[in-house]
Design a protein around this ligand. Structure first.
Ligand code: ADP
Length: 486
């Protein structure tokens, strides 16, 4: 536990509006370390007034930014990536302190930002229009143009990646942005905005407003100047923002909740399936919308799978993310309570606890929000955990006999973000990946989020896509120009 004393690096504590660090008009708010509950720092807060100023700044910056020489815009975005690379260790430390995830994992998140920025910078060069053969002597031309001012609202679970995966394509497309990050993790966003400032991103191109979510959210959705809203968070809040955005007919892209099925067929490579499950389930301690949440195991391989899973879960180390552990704390008390309620409900309805099932309270654990890596066997469709999103280190096991049955159960959810299955049968791989009603399917694989490929959900998991060429299109409008030659 030697380095748990690591100090928060020097960091701004204000809002960033029109190229300047400013104090907000509301009372400051503390940022706490979820591993120790200690206060890290106080951060300035702003509401409607500051959001309106940020919108105005973004509006004024838009013509210049979108009209700037593309080569210069591309160069600036690459420069942001380079600076993030230079400061990766510091950014990872900040993230671990405010969010809890192990520092190695935090660094991995920072590295995805670098890829994301480079990728989008290059993609800005490929925002192609189109010439359509006209049925006459006229010219039919399709132009792609930036939507304008973008509002972005992000959650606490990936406090750095979530903002970069929104801002990178937005500014690459020529848009300007107002970001409202989650209140519990404002420091990672501040650290990224410090880099925007350092590399000389023009004033107003990216603005940061920290403060009460409802007030800032409403100011963004009510504004006709904000032409697009990009949001990652809960389905509940997403639905509210969807409704609010209707009033100004905004373009939207929303990444919402998930409840990923993870299927182990009888012909799966069990070692690979266990490795994949443990890696993905304990990523960010299960606090991810892509986390495997309903684990369907073929009865034919269940015994072998459980034996290996119990060993692997037994090796998951929990502790302060500044030490050499695989998982850190959960984000807050409410997170622990929600998980405990799901586990207790499952137990009461007949599930067996094969591992964990409780909060960790001894020694240093008493100072933070730590929960035991948990395996529940005998989970059924009667239990809350089968339908409600789980945001924590719980592996619920559900038996199945055949393919049709498991596909039906896997699709029995309002969510449709990530899904995974393991099989060695190519024909089955094809059939099941077609049948799963999910935006993302991992086949013998759990790495489904990359800079190059579209990320997003169907059903109540969201609208639109992030990442890849699909992601940048969400920040562009299509204009048809029909020219008649005189
Ligand atoms: P999470 O459980 O990931 O925090 P939320 O949907 O509650 O999911 O929060 C995601 C983001 O949305 C956060 O930045 C949060 O502050 C913001 N948010 C929450 N409620 C609202 C709201 N009513 N309007 C706008 N933003 C909101």
């Amino acid at each position: 536990m030697a380095n748990t004393q690591a100090k928060l690096p020097k960091i701004q504590t204000g809002l960033y509006i029109n190229g300047q660090w400013v104090e907000g008009s509301l009372e400051k708010k503390a940022v706490n370390n979820p591993a120790t509950k200690e206060e890290l720092i106080q951060v300035s807060q702003g509401g409607e007034t500051e959001t309106l100023k940020a919108i105005q700044a973004a509006k004024e910056a838009f013509p210049k930014w979108s009209g700037m020489e593309l080569a210069d815009r591309v160069k600036l975005i690459h420069a942001i990536a380079d600076k993030i690379e230079e400061k990766a260790d510091q950014l990872a430390l900040i993230m671990t302190l405010e969010q809890g995830k192990p520092v190695k994992e935090a660094k991995g998140e920072i590295l995805t930002n670098i890829q994301n920025l480079h990728w989008n910078a290059e993609e800005a060069r490929r925002i192609y229009g189109e010439t359509i053969p006209a049925p006459n002597q006229h010219k039919y031309e399709v132009k792609k143009q930036p939507v304008g001012v973008v509002g972005a609202i992000t959650p606490w679970n990936f406090p750095s990646n979530m903002i970069v995966r929104k801002i990178a394509p937005a500014i690459a497309a020529g848009c300007t942005v107002i970001l409202k990050p989650a209140s519990s993790t404002p420091l990672s966003p501040i650290a990224i905005f410090e880099i925007f400032h350092e590399v000389g991103l023009p004033a107003g191109v990216a603005n940061l407003v920290i403060g009460p979510s409802k007030e800032i959210g409403k100011t963004l959705t009510d504004s006709d100047d904000v032409r697009k809203l990009t949001f990652t968070g809960s389905t509940e809040v997403g639905k509210m923002l969807y409704e609010q955005s209707a009033q100004t007919m905004k373009k939207i892209s929303f990444e919402l909740g998930g409840h990923a099925p993870f299927i182990i067929f009888d012909d799966a490579d069990i070692d690979q399936a266990v490795d994949g499950l443990v890696a993905m389930k304990f990523r960010n301690n299960g606090q991810a919308c892509t986390s495997p949440n309903r684990i369907f195991v073929s009865k034919a391989v269940k015994k072998e799978f459980i034996e290996k899973l119990e060993v692997a879960v037994g090796e998951v180390t929990v502790g302060n993310g500044l030490t050499d552990v695989m998982v850190g704390p959960l984000i807050n008390e409410e997170a622990i309570e929600t998980i405990q309620a799901q586990v207790d409900d499952a137990k009461a309805k007949g599930a067996t606890v094969l591992a964990g099932g409780e909060r960790l309270t001894e020694g240093d654990y008493a100072n933070g929000y730590f929960y035991m890596p948990t395996i529940l066997d005998g989970v059924t469709t009667q239990m809350i955990i089968f339908y409600e999103e789980t945001f924590g280190p719980v592996i619920p096991l559900i038996d199945f006999d055949d393919e049709e049955e498991v596909i039906k159960m896997a699709n029995d959810s309002i969510f449709g973000l990530a899904s995974y299955f393991f099989t060695s049968d190519l024909k089955r791989a094809e059939k099941v990946s077609e049948a799963l009603e999910y935006g993302l399917v991992g086949v013998n694989n759990t790495a489904i989020s990359t800079s190059e490929a579209p990320f997003g959900g169907v059903k109540h998991s969201g609208v639109g896509r992030e990442n890849g060429s699909y992601g940048i299109q969400e920040f562009l409008e299509v204009k048809f120009v029909h020219t008649k030659y005189l």
